[in-house]
Design a protein around this ligand. Structure first.
Ligand SMILES: NC(=O)C1=CN([C@@H]2O[C@H](COP(=O)(O)OP(=O)(O)OC[C@H]3O[C@@H](n4cnc5c(N)ncnc54)[C@H](O)[C@@H]3O)[C@@H](O)[C@H]2O)C=CC1
Ligand SMILES: O=C(CO)COP(=O)(O)O
Length: 320
């Protein structure tokens, strides 16, 4: 299987480095300058400094070159996925597209697989998601991810093609569960960061993770996900990583909210838009997601952290 990675951010570059250990990989950067700089320095200094690009990895800014390969990994932020698909629809039509983003589209409430189906119905799609920091993958450290694909045979082929020495892939046909787990855990990570940032303690964080997981299940199962998927790498696994590590940008945004300090708006934080998308969807579906609602209130500046904690602690007492 010949491979291209579309999007030369931290994650796209890390995946390309790992996959290049198996054979030639083409990495597409949208700017000519970035592609030239990466080819010259053999590093992605802007997004993933300190990791050398192997010789079998070529960087290009020509989508026609990247689209010569049949299987394309799409590693752009969730809110940019539709633009990418529409901008390059002619080139991507009929390809196998593996979404590598985590989130829910704000304008539609759709996850990555559904956005691909909406924009390019002829494309074959899959999702690669789970607990993994880009710098861990690029450093060759062990990671395990979920490869979700509704077409079981294609899923098996992709699992074989994308598994590398340090990247172990488990497959699933539950694309809804994988999409929802990867998206919703980022919202809970923001909440956990806020609690730690405000000095409310690790017991409070454990409570938020557990009740946050209950919220993730409530939404995902209502959409048709399987509970085992939520309990796997793409759900529980990624929540555990992102809610406990300062390596996570979502968690770091939460820390800033809890400490009352500014956060660099240029950093990709998927959970912010996703929290708003999920809260709107929960209203439409008549689902109660109190932690998500508090995260939205914090992000919008409508709620202080103390008010959010009071709102959560004074909810009616109920069975677990
Ligand atoms: N960084 C990480 O450790 C991990 C990231 N992810 C996911 O990967 C996705 C991408 O994140 P990162 O690579 O970390 O972000 P990043 O901020 O490092 O890079 C994003 C890249 O997307 C490109 N881009 C933005 N808009 C675009 C458009 N309209 N067309 C084409 N390219 C566009 C940017 O130029 C940039 O190269 C996110 O959904 C994230 O949740 C998943 C697992 C790990
Ligand atoms: O999804 C990730 C780890 O699995 C990356 O987390 P952040 O996007 O919060 O940095």
């Amino acid at each position: 299987m010949t491979l291209s990675v579309i999007g030369a951010g931290a994650f796209g570059t890390a995946l390309a480095i790992s996959l290049a250990g198996r054979g030639p990989v083409c990495l597409w950067a949208r700017s000519v300058e970035q592609a030239a700089a990466m080819n010259a320095s053999r590093e992605n200094a802007a997004r993933l400094p300190g990791h050398t690009l192997p010789p079998s990895l070529t960087v290009t800014s020509e989508i026609t070159v990247a689209a010569q390969n049949q299987t394309l990994l799409l590693a752009v932020p969730m809110q940019k996925l539709r633009d990418l698909l529409l901008d390059h629809g002619e080139m991507l039509r009929g390809k196998t597209l593996v979404a590598c983003c985590k989130g829910i589209e704000l304008s539609t409430g759709l996850g990555p697989i559904a956005v691909i189906a909406d924009c390019l119905p002829e494309a074959r799609s899959a999702l690669l998601t789970g607990p993994s920091f880009a710098h861990d993958i690029a450093a060759g450290l062990p990671t395990a991810l979920t490869l979700a694909c509704a077409d079981a045979d294609l899923g098996k082929a992709l699992q074989q093609a994308l598994n590398t020495g340090n990247l172990r892939l488990y497959r699933s046909t539950d694309t809804i569960g994988a999409e929802q787990g990867g998206a919703l855990k980022n919202v809970i990570a923001i909440a956990c960061g806020a609690v730690i940032g405000a000095g409310l303690g690790e017991s409070a964080r454990a409570a938020l993770m557990t009740r946050g997981y209950a919220e993730m299940q409530r939404m995902a199962l209502a959409l048709g996900a399987q509970p085992e998927t939520l309990a796997g790498l793409s759900g529980f696994g990624d929540m555990a990583l992102t809610c406990t590590s300062e390596g996570s940008r979502n968690y770091r945004l939460g820390l800033s909210l809890g400490r009352g300090v500014a956060f660099d708006p240029s950093v990709t934080v998927e959970g912010a838009a996703t929290a708003h998308a999920v809260a709107a969807k929960a209203r439409d579906m008549n689902l109660d997601l109190p932690i998500t609602a508090c995260v939205v209130g914090l992000l919008d500046g409508r709620l202080t952290l103390n008010a959010a904690m009071t709102a959560l602690l004074t909810r009616p007492l109920k069975e677990e």
